[in-house]
Each structure stands twice: as C-alpha cells, then as structure tokens.
Design a protein around this ligand. Sequence first.
Ligand code: ADP
Ligand code: SF4
Length: 698
Amino acid sequence: MSRDSRRDPRYDILFEPVPIGPVTARNRFYQVPHCNGMGYRDPTALAWMRGVKAEGGWAVVCTEQVEFHHTSDITPFIELRLWDDRDIPMLARMADRIHEFGSLAGIELAYNGVNGPNFYSREVPMGPSALPVMTFTYDPVQARAMTRRDIRDLRRWHRAAAVRARRAGFDLVYVYAGHSLTFLHHFLSRHYNRRTDEYGGSLENRVRLLKEILIDTREAVGDTCAVPCRISMDEFLGADGLEKSEAEDAIGLLAELPDLWDLVLAAWENDSVTSRFGPEGGHEPFIEGVRKLTTKPVVAVGRYTSPDRMVSVIRKGLVDLIGCARPSIADPFLPRKIEQGRPEDIRECIGCNICVSGDFTMSPIRCTQNPTMGEEWRKGWHPERIRPKASNKSVLIVGAGPAGLEAALALGKRGYDVTLAEKGTELGGRVVRECRLPGLSAWARVRDHREQQLHQLANVRIYFDSELDAESVLEFGFPRVVVATGSRWRRDGIGHHWTRPMPIATGARVLSPDDVMDGTTLPGGRRVVVWDDDNYYMGGLMAEVLADMGCETYYLTPAPEVSTWTRNTMEQHRIQARLLEKGVRIHPFANLESVADGVISASCVFTGRTEEVEADAVMLVTSREPEDRLAHDLDARAAEWHDARIESVVTIGDALAPATIAHAVYAGRRYAEELDGAPDTGDEVPFRREITELSPLR
Ligand code: ADP
Ligand code: SF4
C-alpha cells in the first residue's frame, strides 16, 4: 500500500513496514489466524474471504488451524487440512488469492492431540500425558502418553507439513502453542504435562519440544518463510497452569528462535471475550513487558477498532503489529480506511461473537456488522462494493432497525432513491433498545455505523415519527416497498415449550423484556421468576437486570444451564457466573406450566412433577412475535397495488421471522443485493458451493 496523502500523519506509524524474518509486512495490520466454520468443506469461499482482507490492506492474512496429520483430526470439517500433497492445491488457492492483493499469507499448523477424540480418523489421540480428551462434549475417549518415538514421529510430521505449507505458497509457517489447543501448549503447561522424562517437570524440559519444533520448522522452510510462534500468556488455571511469569520465562528461553511472537490467552474463550465481558485492549496487562524479552516483532490482539488506540499500543512498546481477528471480520477494509484518511467509515466490531458461532454451529462464518462475511465467493458480495442500480424505481423502507437500516444503506449505495420511514424518533430499532442493557453498549455500533454512512447519501431520505399503515403506503405509491417493522417479545408464553398461549390468570403480573427496555422497574425485595424458554442472551440478561433492581430473582429454564445458546458465543460460563454472583437462584430443567396471581407452577422436564413457587411477578422470555400487521394489511389489499403503482412488497428481518441481529442485517443486505436481479424462484441454489470430487471406482 503506498503512502496516501489523505492519511492523518498521526497514523503514519501504523503503515510502517515490519520485517518478520525473511519477509516484510507492508504495514502493521496483521490478521491473526481465526476460525470461520468453512474449513475444507468450502475452500474457495474461504480463499475469497481471506483475499478480501488482503484487498482491504491487512499486511498479513492467516489461515485458521490447519490439521497436519491424520492422528489428530479436527472433526468434522470446519478447519483446514494438510495431511498429504493432495491437500496442497486447496491451500495454494488461498495463498494465491492473498498474494494477488500484495499481502503475506500465514498458515497455522495445528496438532490438537489431547484436544480431539479423532472420531474421523479413529486413531488413538496422544498428548504429553495419558488424559481424557479435553472436549466440550466430554467424549468418552482418552489420549495416550506419547513415547519418545512418538515425539520423533511428530517432529517429522510437523517438518513435512511445514515443507508442504511452503510449497502451497505460504510466507509465514506457524508453530502453534496457543489456546490450550495444541500439543505444544500441552507440553508447555504443567496442567497437561505430567511427564517425568526430559520433556516434563522443569520449564526447561516442558519447553524442549517447542524449541525442537521451532528449529525443525526453520530448517524445513529454509530462508524464504518466516516462522512465528503463537504462545499462551495465561491459561487462567492459577499455579496449576501457564501464568504470565512462566510464559515470559518460556519466551525468554526461546527469545530469538521464532521470527515473530504471537501472544494469546488460553483457552480461546479467554482470548475472544465478548464486549459484554471484556473491554477493547483487554490483553494488554498480559502482554506488557514481553517485547523486552526478544528482538523479534510481537503481535497480539485486543479487539482493536480505534486507530488512536492502535497507535498508542505501538508507541507504548506493547506490540509491533496490531493483531486482529474480529475487527478484520467486521471490517476487512479497516487498514485501507485509515490509510485513505476516513477512519470514521470503519465498521467497528461490536464484540458479539456471532462470528464465533459459525465455528460452533459448523456453518460458514457470519458477522453482525458485516453481512458480506462468508459470502464473498458464495454470492459474490463485497464489503465495500455493490453493483449500481438497475432501474430508477424508488424504494420505501418501513422500519429503521438493523434490517431496514442495512437495506437503506446498501440500496443507497447502489444509487436507488430510498425513503426510510421510522415510527420512533431514533434509528436502530432493537439495537438502540438493547444497547442500554448492561454490557451491550458496543452493540450501538450497528446503528452508529449505518447512521454515519447514511448521512453521506443524498438519495436516502429518513422520516421519523412516521408510523405507516397500509393506507399511507398505498397513498405514497412507491414501486418497491420493504417492510422491516421488527418484532416484540411475546407475553403469552408461546415458545419452544408452549406452542399455544399458556395459562395465565387475570391479575397476574407478567413482564416481557420490552417492558424493562421501556423503563419498567420493580421495587427491590419483590420475588420475580424469569422463565427463559428462548435460551440466547435475553433471559440471562433480564435475570441480571432484575437482580440489579434488588429483586429476589429466580431463573427457570428447560435447558441444563443459563442462556445455553451462548455456548456458541463462548459466553455461557461467564453469564452463569455473573448470575450466581448476583444471587440469582437458577433452576435448570424447568418449564413454566401456569401463572396465577402471586404464584407460579413449574414442571421438571424429565418427570413432569410440578412445584409451586410464590412470585410477585413473572418475566417471560420465550419468543418474539413479528410486527407484521402492515405486511398482512398490504397483502390483503394486493388488488390495489397496481393502481398505487406498487410492484412489490417484501417483508424482511424480524418482521418476517425473528432471529439474531446478524440475520436482520443479512436480510437487509440480501434484499438490496438482489433487487432488480434475476428473480429467486427457489428452484436454484442461490449461492455457489463446492462438491467433493468423487474418486474413480477402479
Ligand atoms: P429488525 O431487527 O428486523 O431490523 P427491529 O425491531 O430492530 O427489526 O426494528 C424495527 C423498526 O421498525 C423499529 O425501529 C420500529 O420502531 C419500526 N416500525 C415498526 N412498525 C413500524 C411502522 N408501521 N411504521 C414505521 N416504522 C415502524
Ligand atoms: Fe465482531 Fe460480532 Fe462481527 Fe464477530 S460477529 S466480528 S464479534 S461484530
């Protein structure tokens, strides 16, 4: 990237080149390895996703974990694979794509060892010591302790993988000892390593294999590739595991061996904390001082989205390169926007970890802020470009929540004349309401970014205090109408358990999250039962809010734990801990059967046995009801559309079917991308995909 005169000189330091061993990063923006739920099922989609980061100015763009030997598979398919030469072309496609835009390609070789049950390869897992495999799913498989011969084998396999990585075209070949995920972390950490030979016991012994692998890798890749080392600074197990002082000692012992130090926290849930539980720059106390231990460049993440903060961490000498995963997902063009002197255009990560959920749900990565993420090749979407309009027909969008805002922005960028009508007095819909709840303030960025961008578009007009009904929409006569009117929380208990309204006595005090977001408070000391049959974040959040009001709060859920879907955003344990700390009484495996005045009845999901609990009020968090009256009314008057010059009415986002904010943003984008394109009849798959090539039978 060349020096751009529009760039604020304050940020020049971010564009200084940084030598990393034999290669040079053209600036300090470094996309660290990150998972994405695509893996070797979607190789070209993945290559294009990484390519867009390179195009957006990231000097280094890395893969996610790449399993390099069949004795440690990362089932099922969500990571990359480099088992033999046949896997090289898939990886080469990604490296080539990254190189096309002038960036360096990094590969993270991974051998999970004791972290995987090997359900695909059926090999016996191995690690430093004989232990059960450390999966979230408590798989009934144990790993065996590696012998010296195993260690020699594994060193050979790692060398072979490094050679293949170089042949695939990668410029940085990682030695991965991070996140409690790989054998090198397990050898380093006394928590996993109970060996009594020269690879266990003292730190010098526990670091031995890492040292050997670093030397092996350098020999394997020669003087054309850099060899970064990714290491955990703390694994939050106290003295039983790696802590900062010991991690620093380990770095001290290896100081000049790698070409770069990539510092992480372990396990992954401590490295990628959501904004609800951790601030920007949360890693800084853990990485402070490491740069003094080595002359090699240091990179670390911190969910950095502010260029000023980035400059400050460089100036303070904490790091040489700004590591980003999530900020590069939310805005692949973050570096370029700073370089072009328009940092205000950055689409800032909100720290919600929906991106992480792609990995956990085995689906391609998606992002709340960046609806094009994962669709770069599948649908040909681009985070910064969208094709120009294909007609002069104007569009009316009703509702300025995430769906309506994104539709307005993307249509506006295409050049359509857009009118956005909002019944309230602010933009943002559910986002402005939810961002006032504890810990969710960063979610306002969904609105802030779009509001700021919309102000630059003269062809998008916004009207507040404009609650539209079918009559007014017909009167306006816009050829295209988008209904993005959102949803509201149900008060009748319908959800997973009740598919019809549940028994609620007249006079019983029933609350919904909307009441709390509208400002309803309860006097302290009241007993409130929260029934969470939704199981994402809202139920846990309502229990937290009610406990903060001083209510005696009971939390009931049919799930085994609080806010169980947040396992996919790696927050579940933190939410449960927070509620316990606030004195909330948690009752798992419970359904709400009836609500009377002053008392509720709950049943056990296994036995059906019921129990009564006195309660002054009940908070129902079960599901949401689409605000689809306008859509239905317009539908009922379809015969009048022609005279009103209306060609189409499309309902999107929560008004169609409530889901995550990411779903709503995607729905808005999809409408805008597809307008005046080939009609989607549903007969064709609307995205590109790759299909496994069949082997010849003989
Ligand atoms: P989504 O997540 O699908 O974008 P939200 O609930 O966040 O949905 O946003 C819906 C927005 O639509 C809210 O800001 C709401 O005030 C607005 N809205 C709902 N009904 C109407 C209407 N009839 N006319 C104009 N605006 C409406
Ligand atoms: Fe950030 Fe959320 Fe996007 Fe992930 S999904 S990059 S956390 S905004």
